[in-house]
Design a binder for this molecule. Structure first.
Ligand SMILES: Nc1ncnc2c1ncn2[C@@H]1O[C@H](COP(=O)(O)OP(=O)(O)OP(=O)(O)O)[C@@H](O)[C@H]1O
Ligand SMILES: [Mg+2]
Length: 259
């Protein structure tokens, strides 16, 4: 049984992929429980199964062993009423304006036009895109495009937001600002976020907890509990020590992944 406070439960999950050179084990006995309102970050070497795990939460990939539960029910496929995903590539429709892109998920849900227009328009302020409603993706910067993609996910108003390296393609300065922006949005909307990043700064700045994964086959190596105290003083002795610890754990796994 899953306790009601555990919005997400990953229990003993294993995943193998068939490849041309034989089966590979992507995930091995991964267990993780995430409570409502958490900002949980997965970090670990390339190829350790972070996207695979997120894909399972989004119902895009099925586990070979174990279970993935959302609100106590096994995930059997995509459920846009519960879970929205943002990927590294914003994946906007070039022929749609900012507002029309943000509206897209609501359209799929057959929300009447006036209501979805209103919902999308209300989001433009928090997205920092108020003056850009009628612009097309080609007229937006990389950070703006990513905010539109996040807006599209926020518009459908799911409890759970999965984010797979959403700022990975941005320059470092934009990325830091986007992190601050996301933190603000998350604290206001009280969503549960599962976030994937390779950035130690992002993980430490944003997360209530960080799950460090091992080199493939991915397992949860360490869970760092950071709690709900924000904003994070990144230069404080506590954060500097945490960063060193986090890097130590990841470095070891990244070296193993390269062997
Ligand atoms: N559809 C697939 N078919 C075969 N192998 C796959 C498939 N998807 C992922 N893999 C393999 O599974 C392992 C985990 O991949 P995954 O994309 O989940 O890693 P990741 O942690 O997200 O990596 P990165 O940090 O580079 O994004 C990798 O070895 C990858 O090659
Ligand atoms: Mg990935």
């Amino acid at each position: 049984m899953t306790a009601p406070s555990q919005l997400i439960a990953i229990e003993g999950v294993t995943k193998r992929y068939a490849t041309s050179s034989g089966p590979i084990e992507a995930l091995h006995d991964v267990s993780l429980a995430v409570g409502a309102g958490e900002f949980c970050t997965l970090i670990g070497p390339s190829g350790c199964g972070k996207s695979t795990l997120l894909g399972m939460l989004g119902g895009l990939t099925a586990p070979d062993g174990g279970r993935v539960l959302v609100e106590g029910a096994a995930v059997t496929g995509p459920d846009p009423r519960r879970v929205a995903t943002v990927f590294q590539d914003p994946g906007l429709f070039p022929w749609r304006t900012t507002l029309e892109n943000v509206e897209f998920g609501l359209e799929l849900q057959r929300v009447p036009k006036a209501r979805r227009r209103q919902a999308a328009t209300e989001l433009l302020g928090p997205l920092g895109l108020r003056g850009f409603a009628d612009k097309y993706p080609r007229e937006l910067s990389g950070g703006m495009k990513q905010r539109v993609a996040i807006g599209r996910a926020l518009a459908i108003d799911t409890k759970i937001l999965l984010m797979d390296e959403p700022f990975g393609a941005l320059d470092e300065q934009t990325r830091v600002l986007m992190g601050e922006w996301l933190l603000d949005i998350w604290r206001r909307t009280r969503k549960t976020v599962i976030f994937v990043t390779h950035s130690l700064h992002e993980a430490l700045f944003l997360s209530t907890r960080i799950a460090v994964m091992t080199a493939r086959p991915g397992r949860i190596k360490t869970l760092l509990e950071l709690g709900h105290r924000y904003p994070r003083a990144m230069e404080s002795a506590e954060m500097v020590a945490l960063r060193a610890r986090l890097w130590g754990e990841i470095r070891e796994e990244s070296l193993r992944a390269m062997q």
